[in-house]
Design a protein around this ligand. Structure first.
Ligand SMILES: Nc1ncnc2c1ncn2[C@@H]1O[C@H](COP(=O)(O)OP(=O)(O)OP(=O)(O)O)[C@@H](O)[C@H]1O
Length: 240
């Protein structure tokens, strides 16, 4: 579903934010992307989503190159950045209809999907209010709903659990699993190691722009727990 091959990104002056990253996400997989602050997670996710150009490598979504076939690639993927840019002057429902218009979702489909996802995230009664008056968590829920109503085959999420209350976090975990059970795939970054350990089929750990570990969660965690494994890997890499 998602293939990142030999991906490198330099923001200039020969300093690489990410270097030679290869990582594949298959249909049905929830793939967690871990790393310290500044490791290069957002850089990678933004390049995958086609909102950031990159220096070397190739990224394909459903077989479509994000560089040469961006429209085809973006049609089957939804991206939620770490700080989604919503329109404060719009109401929530206006924003969701705007997204539905952009992606050509029929009137019947949008009504059913908005009702389903807004109910699931307990945002229905707030949809008539201006986004400018939403809390951080409400904005995050609205951004998630706008991604889910598109019913993407690949969901790319940057720190999706930040700001969500426990009920919304549970709903999100359930929906991510449902999307994968239906043949979709999810690639998301997080600092919440408990969520990563419980939810993800596979994990990749980035350190200073380089992949230091990738594979099935159970193999990476082994008999320990993810927090210990993560901190140990960080220490080993730092000592090299
Ligand atoms: N627009 C930019 N211009 C220059 N350098 C940048 C830019 N964006 C990111 N960087 C640098 O690239 C590196 C990777 O940053 P990135 O935001 O991808 O990390 P991250 O793993 O998402 O971090 P965090 O967990 O803090 O969100 C950092 O050294 C950062 O300073």
């Amino acid at each position: 579903m998602l293939k990142i091959d030999g991906f490198s990104k330099s923001y200039g002056a020969g300093r690489y934010a990410v270097r030679d990253l290869t990582l594949h996400v298959a249909p049905g997989e929830i793939y967690g992307f871990l790393g310290h602050n500044g490791a290069g997670k957002s850089t990678t996710l933004r390049a995958v989503a086609g909102v950031l150009d990159f220096t070397e490598g190739e990224i394909t979504v459903g077989g479509h190159s994000i560089r040469t076939q961006p429209v085809e690639a973006k049609r089957i993927m939804a991206f939620l950045p770490d700080n989604p840019d919503l329109y404060d002057f719009m109401t929530g429902i206006r924003y969701l209809n705007f997204i539905a218009d952009v992606y050509g979702i029929s009137s019947a489909d949008r009504t059913a999907r908005i009702a389903r996802y807004a109910d699931a995230f307990e945002l229905t009664k707030d949809l008539g209010g201006a986004i400018g008056g939403y809390s951080h968590g409400m904005k995050q829920k609205l951004a998630l709903i706008s991604a889910f109503i598109r019913q993407p085959r690949l969901l790319i999420l940057d720190e999706p659990f930040v700001g969500l209350d426990p009920a919304a976090a549970y709903t999100l975990k359930t929906m991510l699993r449902e999307l994968c059970d239906e043949g979709g795939a999810v690639f998301f970054s997080t600092h919440v190691l408990e969520v990563a350990e419980k939810l993800c089929d596979k994990l990749a750990i980035l350190r200073a722009g380089r992949l230091i570990e990738a594979g099935p969660t159970a193999e990476i965690v082994g008999r320990s727990n993810l927090e210990e494994v993560f901190l140990q890997l960080e220490r080993e890499e730092a000592a090299q």
